[in-house]
Write a protein that binds this ligand. Structure first.
Ligand SMILES: NC(=O)c1ccc[n+]([C@@H]2O[C@H](COP(=O)([O-])OP(=O)(O)OC[C@H]3O[C@@H](n4cnc5c(N)ncnc54)[C@H](OP(=O)(O)O)[C@@H]3O)[C@@H](O)[C@H]2O)c1
Length: 291
C-alpha cells in the first residue's frame, strides 16, 4: 500500500515555489502577496488561516491578515473586498468560510475580482474550470489533483466515485477528474445523501474520493482490493487519552480500509496540507501573470 503523503508532497512543491520566488523576486520585483480575511472567532477557521499565513512565510510571500468581528455588516465586508480588489500590491486573497449567517456568501463571492480569486470560488473561475479553460481551481480539489499527479496515480479510464457534491469539494473534484487531462479522463459517479445502493457503487470504484464530513463512513466492505482512496474529511473524535481530548479522523475507516488499497491518503497529513499548497500555487499564478 502506498501512503499518499500530503505533508511530504507539500514540502517538495513549496520548496519548488520558494526557489521560483527567490529567483524571480530580485532587484525591483516584489514578492507575491496573499491576503486573508477572517471574520469572527471560529477556532477551525483561525487554525486554517494561521496555516495559510505560515505557508506564505515558508515560500517567501508577503501576507496580510484582516481580522474583523462576527458583527461586521455585509456593507463593511464588501468595502474591504473593494479595497483588496483595488490594491495593486495584493495578488490574491481569500475570505475564509464559513461567514456569519447575516452575510450573503454568494454576494461576497461575486464581489471578489476573479483575477485575485485564488480560492477559485467565483462563478467566472468555476465556469472556466467547467469549460476546461485556464482558471484558478478551488484549492482542495486542485490539491488532490496535484497529489495524484505527483504519485503518478493512473486515473485514465478508471471509475472514480466521489462521495459528496458540495461546491468546494465534491462537485469540482468530480469535474476535474472527468476532464480530458492528466490526471483526469476518469469515468465519474457523484454520490450524495440521496444515492441508493451506495455500498455497491463504491465496491465498483477504482478510485474513491470521500468528502462527506462523516467520520469513518467508508468501511472496508465498501472498498475493492487495489482501489485508490482519497480521504478529504476532517472530523474531530473524542479521545480522552489524548492531550487535546480529541483526535482528527477522516471520512474513511483508515485502519481497516488501508490494507486493501493500492494507495490511500492519511488524515491528518493527506489532503489538508495539499489544499494550502494549492492556494500557494494559485497565488504564484496570480502574481506571475502580472509580469
Ligand atoms: N482537507 C481539506 O483541506 C478539506 C477542505 C474542505 C473540506 N474538508 C472536509 O471534507 C468534508 C466534506 O466537506 P464539504 O464542505 O464538502 O461538506 P458538505 O458541504 O457538508 O457536503 C457534504 C456532502 O456529503 C454528502 N453526504 C452526506 N451524507 C451522506 C451519505 N450518508 N451518503 C452519501 N453522501 C452524503 C452530502 O449530500 P447532500 O448534498 O445530499 O446533502 C453533501 O453533498 C468535511 O469533513 C470537511 O471538514 C476538508
Amino acid at each position: 500500500m502506498i501512503l499518499l503523503d500530503g505533508n511530504h508532497t507539500s514540502s517538495v512543491i513549496r520548496k519548488e515555489i520558494q526557489v521560483k520566488v527567490t529567483q524571480f523576486c530580485q532587484n525591483d520585483v516584489r514578492s507575491p502577496h496573499l491576503a486573508a480575511v477572517l471574520i469572527g472567532d471560529n477556532p477551525a477557521s483561525q487554525t486554517y488561516v494561521r496555516n495559510k499565513i505560515r505557508a506564505c512565510e515558508e515560500v517567501g510571500y508577503a501576507s496580510t491578515l484582516i481580522r474583523k468581528p462576527a458583527t461586521i455588516t455585509q456593507e463593511e465586508l464588501l468595502y474591504i473586498i473593494k479595497s483588496l480588489n483595488d490594491d495593486p500590491q495584493i495578488d490574491g486573497y481569500i475570505v475564509q468560510l464559513p461567514l456569519p449567517r447575516h452575510i450573503d456568501e454568494h454576494a461576497i463571492n461575486l464581489a471578489i475580482n476573479p483575477e485575485k480569486d485564488v480560492d477559485g470560488f467565483h462563478p467566472y473561475n468555476f465556469g472556466k474550470m467547467a469549460l476546461g479553460l485556464p482558471s484558478f481551481h478551488p484549492a482542495t480539489p486542485m490539491g488532490i489533483m496535484m497529489l495524484l499527479d505527483r504519485y503518478q496515480i493512473e486515473t485514465d479510464g478508471k471509475h472514480c466515485v466521489v462521495l459528496g457534491r458540495s461546491n468546494i469539494v465534491g462537485t469540482p473534484i468530480a469535474l476535474l477528474m472527468s476532464k480530458k487531462t492528466k490526471p483526469g479522463n476518469a469515468t465519474v459517479t457523484i454520490a450524495h445523501s440521496r444515492t441508493n445502493q451506495l455500498k455497491e457503487i463504491c465496491q465498483r470504484a477504482d478510485i474513491i474520493i470521500a468528502a462527506l464530513g462523516i467520520p469513518m463512513f467508508v468501511k472496508s466492505d465498501m472498498v475493492r482490493e487495489g482501489a485508490v482512496v482519497v480521504d478529504v474529511g476532517i472530523n474531530k473524535m473524542d479521545d480522552p487519552g489524548s492531550a487535546r481530548g480529541y483526535r482528527l479522523v477522516g471520512d474513511v475507516d483508515f485502519p481497516n480500509v488501508a490494507p486493501k488499497t493500492f494507495a490511500i491518503t492519511p488524515v491528518p497529513g493527506g489532503v489538508g496540507p495539499m489544499t494550502i499548497t494549492a492556494l500557494i500555487e494559485n497565488t504564484w499564478k496570480a502574481f506571475y501573470k502580472k509580469w
